[in-house]
Design a protein around this ligand. Structure first.
Ligand SMILES: [Zn+2]
Length: 113
């Protein structure tokens, strides 16, 4: 389950930022997860609580913001929505897609005390 190490990197970022921005407690974390990132939101929630225990983000609420997959279709000359990385274009069925959104996993916002 790679979500465990992802949560550990989230905690590292929180700790780093707390030193730079001088906060001592995190009460809410908004995490942006792309539909193409292969991160499971449910597994993420489970690991988050376990990893944050005893840290500055203990009992913090995790809000997951899902970002849909998007790609630029070279044939249609426009952005299209895709469900999976190797999907074909839903409009023309073409394979010439350049993914430009939905692969990320990042902290979008924090509520701190
Ligand atoms: Zn297309």
């Amino acid at each position: 389950m790679h979500e465990m190490s992802l949560c550990e990197s989230v905690l590292e970022i929180l700790e780093q930022q707390s030193r730079q921005q001088h906060y001592s407690k995190v009460s809410r974390v908004w995490l942006e997860i792309g539909a193409l990132s292969s991160v499971e939101p449910d597994a993420m929630r489970f690991c988050f609580d376990a990893v944050m225990q005893g840290s500055l983000a203990e009992n913090a609420r995790l809000e997951i913001v899902t970002v849909r997959g998007q790609a630029w279709c070279l044939q249609c000359n426009k952005n299209v929505l895709i469900e999976q990385r190797y999907d074909t274009c839903p409009a023309c069925g073409g394979f010439q897609l350049q993914v430009n959104d939905g692969e990320q996993m990042r902290i979008k916002e924090l509520e701190v005390e």
